[in-house]
Design a protein around this ligand. Sequence first.
Ligand code: ADP
Ligand code: MG
Length: 141
Amino acid sequence: MSAARTSNAADTERVGGELAERLKPGDLVLVTGELGAGKTTLVRGAFRALGMSGPVVSPTFTIGRRYEGRDGVRLSHLDLYRLADLGAEDPGLLDDYLTPDAIAFIEWPAVALVELPEPTVRVAMCHAGGDERDISVEWDQ
Ligand code: ADP
Ligand code: MG
């Protein structure tokens, strides 16, 4: 497990970028932390490092978005904040995003934990006063 403290969004993007360099298709990253902790910012940094050039915005009206990175790698970004209970939804809801050719990041994964495969990495973020954020990164062994 590694820990970092960042003091601006660019530093958090950099943490995401460093993490991304070790990921491969099929990998899953769970990102937890309160609203505004910087989860989407970290995902943005990761996707940039993976060669995605457009904007990364929070999925709002869907649970997720798919992008394409360098060398055709697929990138999935899910935000399950509004998904109160996955049991009430189509059980295949996540399948379109968690494909073997995609590197996937999920914000607010708690509601889906029982359905999700073992993640490659768990990232936990929290506010540490002002613009400071504490970020812990735990890799699966
Ligand atoms: P979340 O997805 O966790 O709700 P966002 O990444 O969407 O959070 O938003 C984080 C907000 O906090 C952004 O407006 C960002 O610019 C700001 N911010 C300030 N300091 C930091 C930091 N150290 N790391 C990440 N974001 C920061
Ligand atoms: Mg977010």
